[in-house]
Design a binder for this molecule. Structure first.
Ligand code: GUN
Length: 300
């Protein structure tokens, strides 16, 4: 059976339109959602992500406050900038592009964000709210994956979901969300310490690969008819010759698309699957932040 390919670009477009409609409603009240975007250094991958986010903001009628800092910026300077953005009433969300250079402690930087502006959902308060099932910002990639499943009408209740990867950005939050009462999946989390990975992945009705290892999941590791969500964004150098020397690369997922798409019922491609959803969810998180921060004060 050939899998249905989930068009993340199309679903993300719908979500971006929702965000734009929300931004237009706020604009009628004189509010333009604004995201402070901090990029340290000039890593090409980070630069390309940040540009993509800024383009999406503009297209949705939102704005970005771009802050570019040199690679050798001090932690204190960065913390000072975050403090200013926290206090700035015209800034509704703050995004610090990760990874940061090794001399800057990521934990300190993320914890310095005002949780009310934590549209990435990385702050410990956001993570705690997620685990406790309270209202808060969900990290964009896990939220995007849930939106894909919902839009494709793929039920999670009663399904055995197998998540490969336990990162703070994707695997861990996703595992928590999938076991929420309204989603009701039964869960297995696999990671680098898992022995015989395939014996677990073959049990997954929904298999989510977020390990950051190109081609890790092959057809023999997938249950017939499984829903396969590929979160991997691995830059694989194009082999041979001058292109490789110049840094040419191809994006590859964690899933061997060729093989697995013959066995799965649904599959997300890379690129064009989960990736576009992440940006769409950032816009929706920013919209929520602006709505909450600018909510009229309750009547006395
Ligand atoms: N680096 C890779 N993904 C992300 C993301 O979603 N947010 C931020 N801030 N940095 C990232």
């Amino acid at each position: 059976m050939a899998a249905r390919v989930i068009d993340g670009g199309k679903i993300a477009r719908k979500k971006r339109d929702e965000a734009a409609a929300g931004a237009a409603r706020l604009k009628a009240r004189g509010i333009t959602p604004c995201l402070g975007v901090i990029l340290v250094g000039d890593d090409p991958a980070s630069l390309s992500y940040v540009r993509g986010k800024e383009r999406a903001l503009e297209e949705a009628g939102m704005t970005g406050r771009d802050i570019r800092l040199p690679r050798d910026v001090t932690e204190e300077k960065l913390l000072g900038i975050i403090k200013e953005l926290n206090a700035d009433r015209l800034v509704h969300g703050i995004l610090v592009q990760l990874p940061l250079p090794p001399h800057i402690r990521e934990d300190r930087v993320i914890t310095a964000l005002d949780p009310a502006k934590d549209v990435d959902g990385f702050h410990p308060v956001s993570a705690g709210n997620l685990v406790l099932g309270r209202r808060g910002f969900l990290p964009c990639t896990p939220r995007g994956i849930l939106a894909l499943l919902e839009e494709m009408k793929i039920p999670t209740a009663g399904a055995h979901a197998v998540v490969v990867g336990r990162s703070n950005l994707v695997g861990r939050p996703l595992a928590n969300l999938l076991t929420r009462r309204d989603l009701n999946a039964t869960l297995t989390v696999c990671h680098t310490g898992t022995v015989d990975l395939g014996s677990y992945t073959r049990q997954g009705d929904i298999l989510i690969a977020a390990a950051g290892k190109a081609g890790l999941i092959t057809a023999d590791m997938v249950k017939d008819g499984a829903v396969v969500i590929d979160v991997g964004v691995n830059r694989v150098p194009v082999p041979g010759g001058e292109n490789a020397a110049a840094g040419a690369y191809r994006l590859r997922g964690d899933v061997d698309f060729e093989g697995v798409s013959k066995k799965a019922s649904y599959i997300t491609p890379v690129p064009g699957g989960v990736g576009p959803m992440t940006i769409a969810m950032l816009l929706l998180n920013l919209l929520r932040a602006a709505e909450d921060l600018c909510a009229p004060a309750p009547a006395p």
